[in-house]
Design a protein around this ligand. Structure first.
Ligand SMILES: Cc1ncc(COP(=O)(O)O)c(C=O)c1O
Length: 441
C-alpha cells in the first residue's frame, strides 16, 4: 500500500479510535488493551451477570459473532438521524459511508483501489455474483472446492450443481494432526489440473479447524492461474486476524469474499466481494467478466436514467454493484472496521502476534488443568480460535454455556475464540470450569 493510500485511510479513522490505538505502543498487552481499548466496548463488557452466577458470561465465541463497540449504536442512529432530518438528501452521506466502507475493507486486505471492494449482504452473495459471471450456455462451470468450505458456500455450490449449472469436484482433507483434518496444496492443484477447472473455491482459513492457508493459498492460486483456473478465496476467517494479503503482494487471487460479523466487530449484513483489478476497467468490452447479479447502481451514469438497448456498465468495480444498496449494515460495520484497520496499521502483525500468544496461554492453562486441547503444529498455521477435541463436542459446548462460558462446536471439536477483550483471568477460570464440566459429559 502506498504512503498516500495509507494516509488517506488513516484520515478515515475517527479521532476517538485513532487516539486510543495510538496509546498502545508497538506490542499489544492485556494491560494496555484494558486501559485504552476496553473503554470503547463498555456496553458489551458490562453485561449483566449470568442468571445463575455472580459474574457475567465469559464470551469466547468471538470467531463466530464479534462484539460491538459502544459507538456502533451511535453510528446506526446517526444514519437514521440523517434520514429523519434530511429525508432524500440523506443519500449523499449514505453513499459516502458506503465508499468509506469499501476503502476500509480495501485497507484491511492491503488493496490499493477501494472500488475493487463491492459491498454484499453475505459472503454467499459474493460467491453467487462470481458464479453468475461465469455461467456458460453450453456446459456447467467446472469448479474445484474443498470439503472444508463453510456451510453457506458448500450449499450454494451444491445448488448450482443440482441445477446443472456447475460441476463441482470436492477435494478431501489430505492429512490430519491429532485427528484434525488438514488440507494441503497438492490435492487441490492436482484436482484443478485433472478437471481443467474454471474456478477454484477455497478458504484462506477453514471455519471448522482454523487451519490458515496463507502462503499455501498464494502458491495454489499461482498454480491455478497457470492452469487456467480463476480463484475465489473465502477470507472470512482471515480478515482482521492474519495481516493484509491481496493485491501487489499476492496478485493471483481473482476474487475474495468475507464480511464483518466476526473479527471486525461489525455485525451481520456487511459483507463484501473483492475483484482483482485485472478483471476491472474492461466492463463494456466483448468478453469482459460481467455478472448477472446486477441492478441500476451498476449502470453507467445511474442518475442520468438513460436506457440503452444493451447494458452499459459503470467503470471499474462499480460495474459489480447491484440494485439500491442497504445502508444501515454499512454504518453498523464502520467503527469495527476503523478499529481493526487502526490496530493493524503499519504493523499488521501485532494483532496476530497477540492472538497467537493469548491462545498459547489458553492452551497451556487448559493443559495444566488436565484438559488436552489440540496442539497445533506450527501454531501460526491456525487462526483465531483453538480446538478442544471431544466425542460429544456439541453437548460439551452446551454444558459450558450453562456454566457461563460461551463457545461453540463444529464436528468433533469445541471452538474457543478469545480476543482483545478477554482477560487471562477469564481464560484460567474457563480452564477450571471446562475440566469440571468434562467429567460429566
Ligand atoms: C469461512 C466462512 N465463510 C462464510 C461465512 C458466512 O457466509 P454467509 O455470509 O454466506 O452466511 C462464514 C460464517 O461463519 C465462514 O466461517
Amino acid at each position: 500500500m502506498t504512503a498516500e493510500t495509507r494516509k488517506a485511510t488513516d484520515a478515515l479513522i475517527r479521532p476517538a479510535i485513532r487516539d486510543a490505538v495510538a496509546q498502545l505502543g508497538e506490542e499489544l498487552t492485556e494491560d494496555s488493551l484494558r486501559e485504552h481499548i476496553w473503554p470503547l466496548f463498555s456496553r458489551v463488557l458490562n453485561r449483566p451477570n449470568h442468571p445463575k452466577l455472580d459474574r457475567p458470561e465469559i464470551y469466547l465465541a468471538n470467531h463466530s459473532l464479534g462484539r460491538p463497540l459502544d459507538c456502533t449504536a451511535d453510528d446506526v442512529m446517526g444514519a437514521l438521524d440523517l434520514w429523519y432530518r434530511d429525508i432524500d438528501a440523506a443519500w449523499g452521506p449514505w453513499i459516502e459511508a458506503r465508499d468509506k466502507f469499501r476503502a476500509l475493507v480495501a485497507a484491511l486486505l492491503g488493496v490499493e483501489r477501494a472500488d475493487c471492494i463491492v459491498p454484499k449482504t453475505s459472503a454467499g452473495q459474493g460467491l453467487r455474483a462470481v458464479l453468475n459471471a461465469l455461467l456458460k450456455p453450453d456446459r456447467p462451470i467446472t469448479i474445484v472446492a474443498t470439503r472444508g468450505e463453510f456451510d453457506s458456500i458448500d450449499f450454494i455450490l451444491k445448488m448450482y450443481a443440482d441445477k446443472g449449472w456447475a460441476a463441482v469436484h470436492w477435494v478431501e482433507a489430505s492429512d490430519d494432526q491429532e485427528g484434525i483434518p488438514i488440507y494441503w496444496s497438492r490435492e487441490i492443484t492436482a484436482a484443478i489440473k485433472q478437471h481443467k477447472a474454471d474456478l477454484l473455491v477455497v478458504s484462506g482459513a477453514f471455519f471448522s479447524t482454523g487451519q490458515v492457508f496463507d502462503g499455501i493459498l498464494w502458491k495454489i492460486a499461482k498454480e491455478a492461474k497457470e492452469a487456467g483456473a480463476l480463484v475465489l478465496a473465502d477470507l472470512y476467517h482471515t480478515v482482521g486476524i492474519v495481516p493484509p494479503v491481496l493485491d501487489q503482494g499476492n496478485p493471483w487471487v481473482d476474487f475474495a469474499i468475507g464480511g464483518s460479523y466476526k473479527y471486525t466487530h461489525g455485525g451481520p449484513g456487511a459483507c463484501w466481494l473483492y475483484i482483482n483489478p485485472r478483471h476491472l476497467d474492461h466492463e463494456n468490452e466483448p468478453g469482459a467478466l460481467r455478472t448477472l447479479d446486477t441492478g441500476w447502481f451498476a449502470k453507467k451514469d445511474t442518475f442520468n436514467y438513460e436506457r440503452t438497448d444493451t447494458p452499459l456498465l459503470a467503470p471499474g468495480g462499480d460495474a459489480w454493484l447491484e440494485s439500491t444498496p442497504p445502508i444501515l449494515p454499512i454504518y453498523q460495520a464502520m467503527a469495527g472496521l476503523e478499529l481493526t484497520v487502526a490496530l493493524q496499521a503499519g504493523i499488521g502483525v501485532r494483532t496476530r502476534q497477540y492472538s497467537l500468544e493469548q491462545q498459547a496461554f489458553m492452551r497451556d492453562t487448559f493443559r495444566a488443568a488436565g484438559v488436552p486441547m489440540f496442539k497445533p503444529d506450527p501454531p501460526a498455521m491456525f487462526g483465531a480460535f483453538s480446538l478442544l477435541p471431544h466425542n460429544n463436542a456439541a453437548a460439551l459446548s452446551d454444558a459450558l454455556r450453562t456454566e457461563g462460558v460461551n463457545t461453540d462446536a463444529r464436528g468433533n471439536c469445541v471452538r474457543f475464540g478469545p480476543d482483545i477483550l478477554n482477560s487471562r483471568e477469564e481464560l484460567e477460570l474457563t480452564a477450571q470450569i471446562t475440566a469440571r464440566v468434562m467429567k460429566s459429559i
